[in-house]
Design a protein around this ligand. Structure first.
Ligand SMILES: NC(=O)c1ccc[n+]([C@@H]2O[C@H](COP(=O)([O-])OP(=O)(O)OC[C@H]3O[C@@H](n4cnc5c(N)ncnc54)[C@H](O)[C@@H]3O)[C@@H](O)[C@H]2O)c1
Length: 241
């Protein structure tokens, strides 16, 4: 198989969703053997796994199933995320806060915990935490999301230090506003999304899942071999001003 990820094995979480599905597709097009894990049904990948990333046993089992099927693991994309209703620190139900942190922060840590030994055995790897532009700036009502994403950015930096000796690179990827079924449903359709996000970005539009998949491909491939412990912001210029 040829391609920029030929001979590599990748595990993508949240692989049913807009961005996760695009990443799984792009990696497969580029020659990777791809396992897609999600809490929901309908994952399209060579190996589709049911996995709640916040559950240690399920996270461990997803990694084990990937290695059992493909013989190794080189790339982990921690893309799954849970979304709870907007709230402030004063009003958020503790249950919602705990769920947001469990899936968005503990999940990437658990998946990494089980992936790292497999990557070490494979001679190295690339871990990508899907953060967000909102890990860099705030948004009213979404402090729970912004907090988790900011922590993910720094988790990548710290994990990169710990695992450099194993030739495991760890970076975060911070998308700006991306058009997925979830975000379009939330804002009320493409027209409203363009009216809202157009003026907020320098590119005048939302990004596409494929544009984030291209950035993930770069971070997963050897083309980013000198890059670890940092964040790649792909936000159409949203954060430039
Ligand atoms: N779409 C955007 O504008 C945008 C912007 C910045 C960052 N992001 C980030 O990109 C990632 C993907 O976002 P998306 O827009 O494709 O969202 P999405 O809702 O379409 O996909 C998220 C996927 O995660 C899965 N998931 C939820 N909880 C899970 C769990 N406990 N275990 C395993 N899977 C679980 C869902 O079933 C879903 O398929 C997220 O991390 C999100 O925070 C998205």
């Amino acid at each position: 198989m040829s391609g920029r990820l030929a001979g590599r094995v990748a595990l993508v979480t949240g692989a049913r969703g807009g961005i996760g599905a695009a990443i799984a597709r792009r990696f497969a097009e580029q020659g990777a053997l791809v396992a897609g894990a999600d809490i929901g049904p309908g994952v399209e990948a060579e190996l589709a796994l049911h996995c709640d990333v916040s559950d240690p046993a399920q996270a461990e089992a997803a990694v084990a199933a990937t290695v059992a099927k493909f013989g190794a693991l080189h790339i982990l994309v921690n893309n799954a995320a849970a979304f709870v209703p907007d709230n402030t620190a004063e009003t958020i139900p503790l249950e919602d806060w705990n769920r947001a942190m469990a899936v968005n922060l503990t999940g990437p840590m658990l998946m990494s915990r089980y992936a790292i030994p497999a990557m070490r055995a494979a001679g190295g790897g690339s871990i990508i935490h899907m953060a967000s532009q909102l890990g860099h700036v705030g948004r009213e009502g979404r402090f729970w999301y912004c907090t988790a994403k900011a922590a993910l950015v720094h988790m990548a930096t710290c994990m990169a230090i710990d695992h450099a000796k194993d030739r495991i690179r760890v970076n975060s990827l911070s998308p700006g506003p991306i058009a997925t079924d979830r975000t379009l449903g939330r804002i009320g359709g493409e027209e409203r999304a363009l009216a809202f996000y157009g003026p907020l970005t320098l590119t005048g539009r939302q990004g596409t899942p494929e544009e984030i998949a291209d950035a993930a491909l770069f971070l997963a491939s050897d083309e980013s071999r000198y890059m670890t412990g940092t964040d790649l912001l792909v936000d159409g210029g949203y954060n430039a001003r």
